[in-house]
Design a protein. Structure first.
Length: 479
């Protein structure tokens, strides 16, 4: 049962995946300088996250680093803090020059990383800027004219600026590829190669990726020299602090179920994922007619409209943000407690990214998927990738007429399948154009080889997430 079930009440320790030793480590012991430590303290961070503990020392030493870490682990500070420190000595950027280039797959992530750079560098005399497509190019050119020490950019717009002589890389010291897996997924490989071709060979290169597929390794080989490889979570594992649940429901009843859940659970801030832009618009309108404030965010909206919708949501002016996968990529909304998959994504890895929007940096998060019978195969694909069967709870009054078939577990539980390649060609390049692919529809996945197993009851906790949930519930009941 959803109502009053274990899903609803739990307390969360800060950075729940921390080993106790981590608490003995401070940012100061990592060798960061006073201006940076004071900026970090201003953010209220007390201890470095695991990825920060691993990434900061080698990046400070100037080493090339390949890091496997998902959004939400504190990875941005993991590379930004040591880079700021390195750049604070040395010659400032001259006209149109850049000393550190950070490439990101989406505009939202670029804006968010740039915001972090500005916050962490508040006490340093360094200039930073962000450039991405979908907005006027002229103000970006003006900004670059004086030179910037750190430039955050999406690939398409950066190439435009380069071709117009607005940016030069003679002084470039550091290159960061953030969410490299996503950049490849979105078809940025050619742009990335073009950019790399015009960068100095002598530089520090840092590559962050949620997963390390063969494609990423192939790209990395051409980029990094003698890199240090670090990781904080096994590839494709879902954030352990996120509690996941599937609510079986008929397709036609999904909108009503969502409204009922928002009201009953009194969700005040919920991010809802739909598969298509049209679906996002329709759902957002439906919620509004039910008296629930909502806004849609997707690639057909102007950058200004997307920024406005996000700001409204963050400030609490809008209760529900309905988003497509591409638009939501990189959204950082502090302490977002609730994510809803209104429709399951066609690509299982997108599920991992979606639920990564919640349970970030130690905050507890819940991800509910409304799943109809048609989506059974998508659910099984997801469960194979995350290597667990997600608990199910049927909401009274919404029992499906078309039953959702029982979940299956893969034969080789420890060997997730390689991500599908077929989507690369049709994927929207968020950093380059202002519209998404027409429907977001992708061909159905190949039939997996699976065996049927009995689904374990909810409370048994076969996964780290479930164990945490049970432990937290016990801790909460002791209070
Ligand atoms: P990221 O994985 O870089 O997107 O970071 C996720 C969130 O964690 C952001 O909201 C950061 O402000 C926050 N964060 C990063 N480092 C720490 C830390 N050491 N302690 C607490 N929060 C942090």
């Amino acid at each position: 049962m959803v109502y009053g079930g274990r899903f609803l009440y739990s307390a969360t320790p800060p950075f729940g995946t921390h080993h106790y030793m981590d608490h003995l480590m401070s940012f100061a012991s990592l060798g960061l300088s006073a201006p940076i430590l004071s900026a970090v303290a201003d953010q209220g961070y007390e201890t470095p996250s695991p990825i920060q503990l691993k990434a900061i020392p080698p990046v400070l030493e100037g080493k090339d680093v390949m890091a496997a870490a998902q959004t939400g682990t504190g990875k941005t500070a993991g590379f930004t803090l040591p880079i700021l420190q390195r750049l604070s000595s040395g010659q400032r950027a001259q006209a149109n020059q850049v000393r550190c280039l950070i490439l990101t797959p989406t505009r939202e992530l670029a804006a968010q990383v740039a915001e972090n750079v500005a916050l962490y560098g508040a006490n340093l005399p360094l200039r930073s800027a962000v450039v991405f497509g979908g907005v006027k190019i002229n103000p970006q050119m003006m900004k670059l004219r004086k030179g910037v020490d750190i430039l955050v950019a999406t690939p398409g717009r950066l190439l435009d600026l380069y071709n117009q002589n607005a940016v030069r890389f003679k002084q470039l010291e550091v290159l960061v590829l953030d969410e490299a897996d996503r950049m490849l997924d979105m078809g940025f490989i050619h742009d990335i190669r073009r950019i790399i071709a015009v960068l100095p060979k002598q530089r520090q290169t840092i590559l962050f990726s949620a997963t390390f597929s063969d494609d990423i390794r192939k790209l990395a080989k051409t980029l990094v020299h003698n890199p240090l490889e670090i990781s904080v979570a096994p590839a494709n594992s879902t954030a352990s602090l996120v509690e996941q649940l599937v609510c079986p429901v008929d397709k036609k009843k999904k909108a009503d179920l969502l409204v009922a859940l928002i009201r009953k659970q009194q969700w005040q801030q919920v991010l809802v994922f739909t598969k298509t832009k049209r679906g996002a618009n329709q759902l957002s309108r439906h919620l509004e007619t039910e008296g629930i404030t909502a806004a849609a965010i997707h690639g057909n909206k102007t950058q200004a409209a997307r920024t406005k919708a996000l700001a409204e949501f963050k400030r609490g002016g809008v209760r529900v943000l309905v988003a497509t996968d591409i638009a939501a990529r990189g959204l950082d909304i502090d302490q977002l407690p609730q994510v809803v998959n209104y429709e399951l994504p066609n690509v299982p890895e997108d599920y991992v990214h979606r639920i990564g929007r919640t349970g970030r940096a130690g905050a507890s998060g819940k991800a509910v998927s409304l799943v109809c019978a048609d989506e059974a195969k998508l659910l099984f694909d997801i469960e194979r990738v995350i290597r667990r069967v997600v608990d199910r709870e049927t909401v009274p009054g919404f029992e499906p007429v078309h039953e959702l078939p029982e979940s299956r577990l893969p034969n080789k539980a420890n060997k997730p399948r390689k991500p599908k390649q077929s989507r690369h060609k049709s994927e929207h390049k968020d950093g380059q154009r202002s519209s998404e692919i027409a429907t977001g529809h992708k061909p159905p996945a190949k039939k997996p080889s699976t065996r049927r197993v009995r689904r374990k009851p909810a409370a048994q906790g076969t996964s780290p997430g479930a164990k945490n949930g049970a432990a937290r519930a016990r801790a909460a009941s002791r209070k």
